[in-house]
Ligand binder design. Structure first.
Ligand code: ADP
Ligand code: ZN
Length: 741
């Protein structure tokens, strides 16, 4: 054949490899290199998903390119089989390579992110479904009639036997009987069925002028089919979601796929409803709450182009889109977009990367953007669309500080007399109040009043947090639990163990005591609820089933509480104490987001901020509602300090069971960083990490600081390679770290 003479055929940027030619395969196994195999009978395309022998096992991989050779050809094994999946596209291979290079992670680990669906190596599994047949049953029993009525009533729809029997209220054999008679047809179909078509031409809501201008700007960007990133900024309730759904409509109308990333599963349920209203059907879902079957379906359908819109968590970025035109990152400032285990990556930044490779648009939506994004919009690197005010009458609430130094605080209580008074007023008017405290559990510290001992985790440098709801002490670092002791483990004195400080559960106790007639509801992420139950609960609260809502950070994210007119931030100083780079930014974002919960309908809201330092510049900016001034000031400070976004940071975390060994390795690294210094980078540390021990491993940090735009990864890689780590010491590199714990 012609082809075997010319073993590699180029078709665009995808090559074809004829049988027995040498190809390199990237497997999902933890090996830091590509492996050579022979192409199987029939040849194989670059990007094909394949199964290859590795030792005694068979593993999944992707044909990455031409083989490297240098190994005995006779001993090189052949690809076992080519999987029945669309080949990975060239732009996806490029994306994975760039993510691996940027995050300094082995490519195989990135491939694992891109293949996280069960049963990819299995042939598409089939199932039987049932539809209306032509024949009339000889004898029409009541049960049979019900089955046929249902099939008739849902013309064209197919059901599994169980669905059909359940809806008709009959047993399976009734359906079997009808199949035998030909009155019902039994059909084999692939188990993973395409998602229902979304209709981008359906009319949306009629938009305000500001929304119209915004959505036209976004539509225009998408129409070019070229890369662009736009910051969509507007206070909570200004109608951002409505506007970016217009962008989704434009993208779908072009026949391209869209992805919407949300920071929290609890938000997806409400979002699915909105998509259904807007486009007539629900999108595909991808997050940890989705069943394995749905995961597989989503992965396969996205890859076949049979899912137009995916809503999901950060890892949805690695789905095999065939024609991605738009990525929306909602609440783009949210810290949950940064993955800080396994592969350290920022989904927001990688979304921008993926879009730039694909010629797609990115929309970063937020009321309180990250400083990085704000600066990128300020310098014109990103476009910016501002939505004015709130949709409808509601405005951003007034903000007032409650100076805790001037309040007469009772012992063991955290709601100041002023705030108590304000909440009472709302209660009498049948309006809701929200008390916000960003601390889960009952009390952060359990101390013995006889000897002063504080209960700490055995494996971590952390105090155990009491959770009365679970009846336990829990370590927030590693999840370890202990019973709440009645006798001090240190001095054996009984009955002196005391809970110190508040968590939301304790705040609930105080609220019930102070407002005995009010209905108090707690919303906290550790209440072990499914997304659906959580949504129902939020819905019930929003429709008035509670007078006082007590919540952690979770309530700050996008939920609507129309009856809420009063927000009390219990401890606004909590966020400012962290002392890390982003403490001011985080506090600013969080308090504004929480305050944004108040007065969402026609009633005006007010937010009370309890603080010991009302004169702090961050507090002042919040109180005066001067957000542009806050960002400008924050940006100026960072520019002077040459820290992100005006400089680049890399966090190095070394950990191991023996502190001295870990420290020695860190010191060695710090002394031998000439390659980095040549680039003008500085290395700080080693220093014990703020959380100095987790799961029995001591943690030591180094910090690398370089000028913005320094291509630092190759030097970091060489630096890492030059040191041979003791077996039980682990080194994690965190490019653009978000947290410094
Ligand atoms: P954001 O995403 O900025 O918080 P949303 O898009 O969720 O704002 O809008 C807030 C509320 O206002 C939602 O209940 C939404 O349905 C409603 N809304 C927004 N735009 C319109 C519009 N043009 N017409 C009617 N209702 C709207
Ligand atoms: Zn622990």
């Amino acid at each position: 054949m012609q082809r075997s003479l010319n073993k590699v055929t180029q078709t665009g940027d995808t090559s074809y490899f004829a049988v027995n030619s040498l190809v390199s395969v990237l497997t999902d196994q933890p090996l830091d290199r590509l492996l050579d195999y022979k192409a199987p009978v029939g040849g194989v395309f670059q990007g094909a998903f394949v199964e290859v022998p590795l030792g005694p096992r068979k593993v999944i991989g992707v044909v990455w390119g031409m083989g490297q050779g240098g190994y005995d050809l006779a001993k090189t094994r052949a690809i076992s089989r080519v999987l029945d999946l669309p080949p990975m596209r060239a732009e996806m291979r490029q994306f994975l390579t760039r993510v691996a290079d940027y995050t300094l992670t082995p490519l195989s680990a990135i491939l694992r992110l891109a293949t996280r669906a069960p049963g990819l190596a299995d042939p598409p599994s089939m199932r039987k479904v049932y539809a209306l047949g032509d024949a009339e049953p000889d004898r029409a029993t009541e049960a049979r009639t019900r089955v046929l009525d249902i099939l008739q009533g849902h013309n064209g729809l197919r059901f599994t036997k169980k669905e059909l029997a359940d809806i008709a209220g009959v047993t399976g054999p009734v359906v079997d009987g009808l199949v035998k008679l030909g009155a019902v047809l039994e059909v084999e179909t692939p188990r993973d069925i395409p998602y229902l078509k979304l209709d981008p031409m359906m009319a949306g809501l009629s938009l305000s002028d500001s929304q119209k201008a915004g959505s036209e700007a976004l539509r225009a960007s998408i129409a070019t089919q070229k890369y662009s990133t736009t910051l969509l900024k507007g206070v909570t309730g200004s109608g951002k979601t409505e506007v970016y759904l217009e962008a989704v409509a434009e993208c779908l109308a072009q026949g391209r796929q869209a992805l919407v990333l949300l920071p929290e599963i609890a938000l997806t349920v409400a979002f699915l409803d909105r998509v259904e209203k807007r486009f007539g059907a629900r999108p595909a879902e991808w997050h940890s709450g989705v069943t394995m079957t749905e995961r597989r379906r989503c992965w396969r359908m996205v890859g076949q182009g049979n899912a137009q819109l995916v809503v999901g968590a950060r890892s949805a970025l690695f789905l095999p889109f065939q024609n991605l035109g738009l990525i929306v990152v909602d609440e783009e400032h949210d810290t949950s977009y940064k993955q800080e285990e396994g592969v350290f990556y920022s989904a927001r930044d990688m979304a921008v990367l993926r879009a730039s490779i694909n010629g797609a648009s990115v929309v970063l939506a937020s009321a309180t953007p990250s400083l990085e994004t704000w600066v990128n919009a300020d310098t014109g690197k990103y476009k910016r669309v501002d939505l004015e005010g709130r949709f409808g009458a509601a405005e951003l609430p007034d903000m007032k500080a409650i100076d805790l130094r001037a309040e007469d605080m009772e012992a063991q209580s955290w709601i100041s007399p002023t705030l108590v008074h304000e909440v009472e007023k709302r209660f009498e008017r049948n309006e809701q109040s929200l008390l916000f405290l960003n601390r889960r559990g009952y009390a952060p510290v359990t101390v013995c009043r006889a000897c002063g001992y504080q209960v700490a985790c055995d494996d971590c440098d952390a105090r155990m947090v009491e959770h009365r709801f679970h009846g336990q002490l829990i370590c927030h670092q590693c999840g370890e639990t202990k019973p709440v002791p009645t006798t001090c483990p240190n001095c054996d004195v009984e009955g002196r163990m005391t809970a110190v400080g508040p968590g939301v559960e304790r705040l609930e106790e105080e609220a019930k005591r102070r407002f005995p007639d009010a209905r108090v509801a707690v919303l906290s992420s550790d209440m072990a609820m499914t997304a659906r139950v959580l949504k129902e609960r939020i819905h019930a609260i929003a429709s008035g089933e509670a007078d006082i809502i007590i919540g952690t950070q979770m309530v700050a994210k996008g939920h609507n509480f129309p009856l809420l007119t009063c927000v009390g931030v219990i401890d606004a100083d909590l966020g400012l104490q962290g002392g890390d780079l982003r403490a001011a930014e985080r506090t600013f974002q969080l308090i504004r987001q929480v305050a944004g919960r108040a007065g969402r309908a026609e009633k005006r809201g007010i937010a009370y901020i309890q603080t010991h330092q009302p004169e702090h510049p961050v507090m002042q900016a919040i109180l005066r509602g001067e957000e542009e001034a806050f960002w400008q000031a924050e940006a100026d400070q960072r520019r002077i300090a040459e820290v992100p976004p005006y400089g680049r940071l890399v966090g190095i975390i070394l950990s191991g069971p023996d502190l001295k060994v870990v420290f020695d390795v860190a010191s060695y690294l710090s002394r031998n960083a000439q390659g980095l210094q040549k680039l003008g980078a500085e290395v700080f540390g080693p220093a014990p990490a703020p959380v100095a021990r987790v799961r029995g491993r001591h943690r030591v940090r180094l910090l690398v600081k370089a000028a913005k735009g320094t291509h630092i990864q190759p030097a970091l890689a060489a630096w890492r390679k030059a040191v041979k780590l003791p077996r039980d010491v682990r080194m994690q590199i965190d490019i653009d770290p978000q947290s410094f714990y």
